[in-house]
Design a binder for this molecule. Structure first.
Ligand code: CP
Length: 355
């Protein structure tokens, strides 16, 4: 048995900023151990008989399959729940008789059956009210007596951030002080703020020089910008915001161009979602695309994207498929290892055997 199993038994994992730099590094170290076991096909059933409930309000390729494969590889079982197939879990203010069930009840019932509850909720499922999905996840965490894992809400995507930290750490030695550019990139669709918000948090938490680049009107949530500034002060990095994609790429060690939508067309920043205006505004910035020309401005920089990437809008094929500097598939693989690490930490039983 490795020493990290069950070390954080019972803890939730909702946002990387709920943890210190040292704790994030512990997860990454554990993920590295699990990655080596996985690649050498050494069995590692550290969670025998454990059940993970996975509640997906949104579609997924990477998150669902990496969690499901991960818990199986740890000797446990994933139980997939679609909110349409149960009485839709509802916040107290959203209860509809015969159709919904209070989240407080759903959380306590599932806590009687298994060992963790993982939730994904953003976009339509959260009525595009920024922060509402996160409120749902926190409501589950408040009432569950087993760990709650955030598989992406409308504020944070913590497991993506952990995987990205691992991919960066493996690709770029000594991340402290390295330049990470988290940039807006164009997409025609509506996209949540979760990924860029979690990326600026994890980058500053690792002591990097984080530059957030976006056109006017694409500001992230103030609470997250403030947290990124505090991280930079605490961990010896830097955090700045610019409105020029090309200038931001100059000398970058890592670039992370990714779409999100302008928050001022979404509640609570506007009375209701104004989708036509949001997409019309986004369409003004089709030139925010990651090309080889931009990559040439970097310091032999690495390219990153959480996936699914909108090829031809956010990035050219030439960039994302470049095996020398694109970390796209490393990031996807690291989802598996970091999630297994967190599950082993929070769902595992501490061994009473003397080592
Ligand atoms: N990056 C990510 O969360 O991918 P999926 O939407 O495919 O799960």
């Amino acid at each position: 048995m490795v020493s990290f199993v069950g070390k954080w038994k019972g803890k939730d994992f909702l946002d990387t900023n709920d943890f210190s730099q040292e704790e994030v590094k512990k997860v990454l170290d554990a993920a590295n151990v699990l990655m080596k076991m996985f690649r050498s096909r050494k069995k590692h059933p550290f969670l025998p008989g454990k059940t993970l409930f996975m509640m997906f309000y949104n579609r997924s390729l990477r998150t669902r399959n990496s969690f499901e494969a991960g818990i199986y590889q740890l000797g446990g079982h994933a139980h997939f729940l679609s909110p349409q197939d149960v009485y839709t879990p509802a916040l107290p203010e959203d209860m509809v008789a015969y159709q919904t069930e209070a989240i407080s009840d759903v959380a306590r019932v599932l806590s009687r059956y298994g060992d963790a509850i993982a939730i994904r909720i953003y976009g339509d499922a959260a009525k595009w009210i920024i922060g509402r999905g996160h409120k749902v996840v926190r409501e589950f965490a408040k009432h569950a007596t087993i760990p709650v894992l955030n598989m992406e809400d409308d504020m944070y995507h913590p497991f993506q951030a952990l995987a990205d930290a691992q991919a960066m750490r493996n690709a770029v030695p000594k991340l402290q002080g390295k330049k990470l550019v988290v940039s807006y990139a164009y997409s025609g669709g509506l996209k949540p703020l979760a990924v860029p918000q979690s990326e600026i948090l994890i980058g500053t938490q690792l002591g990097m020089n984080v530059v957030l680049a976006h056109p006017p009107g694409f500001d992230l949530e103030d609470v997250v910008l403030d947290a990124a500034k505090k991280n930079a002060d605490r961990y010896g990095g830097e955090f700045s915001v610019v409105n020029d994609m090309k200038a931001s790429f100059e000398g970058a060690d890592i670039v992370y161009p990714k779409a999100w939508s302008p928050k001022n067309y979404f509640p609570p920043h506007s009375p209701a979602l104004d989708k036509p205006s949001a997409t019309a505004y986004q369409d003004k910035f089709k030139d925010w695309i990651c090309t080889q020309e931009l990559m040439d401005l970097t310091n032999k920089g690495k390219y990153m994207h959480c996936g699914p990437a909108d090829r031809g809008q956010e990035v050219t094929d030439e960039v994302i498929d470049n095996e020398k500097y694109s970390l796209y598939f490393e990031q996807a693989e690291d989802r598996l290892h970091v999630q297994k690490a967190v599950m082993a930490l929070v769902m595992g039983d501490r061994s009473t055997r003397k080592r």
